[in-house]
Design a protein around this ligand. Structure first.
Ligand SMILES: *Cc1c(COP(=O)(O)O)cnc(C)c1O
Length: 434
């Protein structure tokens, strides 16, 4: 369940009126629900019953320090992809020693930082990376814990830009070369073979591809355990969330809105399908969910600048833009858009909902039907907690949005709106132009 509801005419996050948040902190502002994140954590961590599960939240989805601290308090570890993310885990007061380091191009500096902080394991994506990690570990005189990412060549049936488990993606090592890669890894003096990893894509909407991929990799994981004594199998992240009718359904995943028996994927369906295929292995199972943990726990608040009525087309121009929430422009993705103040006496409006940026791509929705709203009124983009703020930019010299965390009736700014001075503070005019 998520915790965004209308109470009377007003949209609330837990017990907080979202219009109050906008009044205090302005717009555009991301608002996150601590209770929703806690529900998501509990539900997914509990889905693989009977297995030894270590949940590593894929923090690239939303890496605000308060969000990380909240998940750490709940018991999560982290899946991180850069030295910057590693420093965030430390800054949040969370545990690097249970966290894993993924990514296709880790630098020597990042590897060193991770080793110095006792990373649980590196998820290695290529043979040259084995050599590099071995080299850095040798300089420090330690053994680097590693797992190799296997590309199981499974079609995740998701958007091309977020499919990662097909043989033509840049990720991982094909299963047919994986045995040789482990043989090669075992010869390096400063590597310790700890596990095996896969991650086939994001926003998956059916359990079939997970079953297929685990089915392909599990027998290999058993071989690795027998031969090298590996201790874990990371099955990645990728569980999708509901984007359509996110508010009305109150559902945690789209599948919860479907009749029982016809739900292609819920944490329970995921667990029921995968536990039988994993439990005989005797390995710790790592999960790396990102989107599922935070996606429906966040909204982006925005204010209407103008309602521009055109010939045969209306434009609702709002103060959020593609720099704040790039998913619609980048993946043609859908976000439900709702008014903060619901008024059934208003007429319906069909409009393109657009930001003020000078790009035709700065469009959140085409021909969207919503309650008529006018200048100064507030709207929310639902399901914006994952890959929202985390993918935002300063394009058009628009400062990064503010972020607020709600817990019950309390709320606090967890990231102030970026000022002009913060944005331009690192820039300077060279002497030869003066
Ligand atoms: C991005 C990523 C994840 C998280 O994906 P979600 O779809 O957000 O769950 C997990 N593992 C790896 C290796 C990733 O790159």
């Amino acid at each position: 369940m998520h915790h965004f509801r209308y109470t009377g005419p007003n949209l609330q996050c837990e017990s907080v009126d979202l219009a109050e948040v906008a009044r205090l902190y302005g717009t555009p502002t991301y608002v996150y629900s601590a209770a929703t994140m806690a529900d998501n954590y509990a539900r997914l961590a509990g889905s693989l019953t009977g297995l030894d599960v270590q949940l590593c939240y894929a923090m690239k989805a939303n890496s605000n320090l308060a969000v990380l601290r909240h998940f750490a308090n709940l018991g999560a570890a982290f899946d991180l992809v850069s030295g910057g993310e590693l420093r965030r885990v430390i800054a949040a007061g969370a545990d690097v020693k249970r966290s894993v380091f993924a990514g296709v191009g880790k630098t020597e500096g990042e590897i060193k930082l991770a080793l110095e902080n006792g990373i649980f394991s590196f998820h290695v994506e290529s043979e040259p990376e084995l050599a590099r990690i071995n080299h850095v570990a040798g300089q420090l005189g330690v053994k680097a814990p590693i797992a190799i990412r296997i590309n199981p060549d499974v079609d995740a049936h998701t958007h091309a830009k977020i499919t990662t488990g097909k043989s033509d993606n840049k990720f991982g090592i094909p299963l047919k070369y994986a045995a040789a890669a482990y043989e090669a890894a075992a010869k390096y003096p400063y590597l310790a073979l700890k596990g095996v990893q896969m991650h086939i894509g994001s926003q998956l909407t059916e359990v079939g591809p997970f079953v297929e991929a685990v089915g392909k990799v599990a027998p290999f994981a058993a071989e690795l355990k027998a031969k090298f004594g590996i201790s874990y199998f990371s099955i990645g992240g990728g569980i999708g969330i509901v984007y359509r009718e996110a508010l009305a359904s109150g559902a945690q995943t789209w599948w919860d809105t479907q009749p029982e028996g016809t739900r292609p994927l819920t944490p329970e369906v995921y667990g029921a399908a995968l536990v039988p295929r994993l439990k005989g292995l005797g390995l710790k199972i790592l999960l790396e969910p990102g989107r599922f943990m935070v996606g429906n726990a966040g909204v982006l608040l925005s204010r209407v600048e103008h309602l521009k009525r055109g010939a045969g087309k209306n434009f609702l121009i709002v103060d959020a833009a593609m720099n704040d929430l790039v998913r619609p422009a980048m993946y043609e993705s859908y976000h439900e858009i709702v008014p903060l103040h619901r008024d059934s006496s208003r007429r319906a409006l069909v409009a393109d909902v657009v930001g003020p940026i000078c790009e035709s791509g700065d469009c959140f929705a085409k021909d969207r039907q919503l309650q008529e709203v006018g200048e100064g009124e507030l709207i929310a983009f639902m399901s914006a907690g994952a890959y929202g703020y985390a993918m935002s930019s300063r394009y058009n010299t628009r400062g990064m949005a503010a972020e607020v965390l709600v817990k019950d009736s309390a709320f606090e700014l967890i990231n102030g709106r970026e000022t002009f001075e913060q944005m331009t503070g690192g820039e300077k005019i060279p002497a030869f132009l003066k």
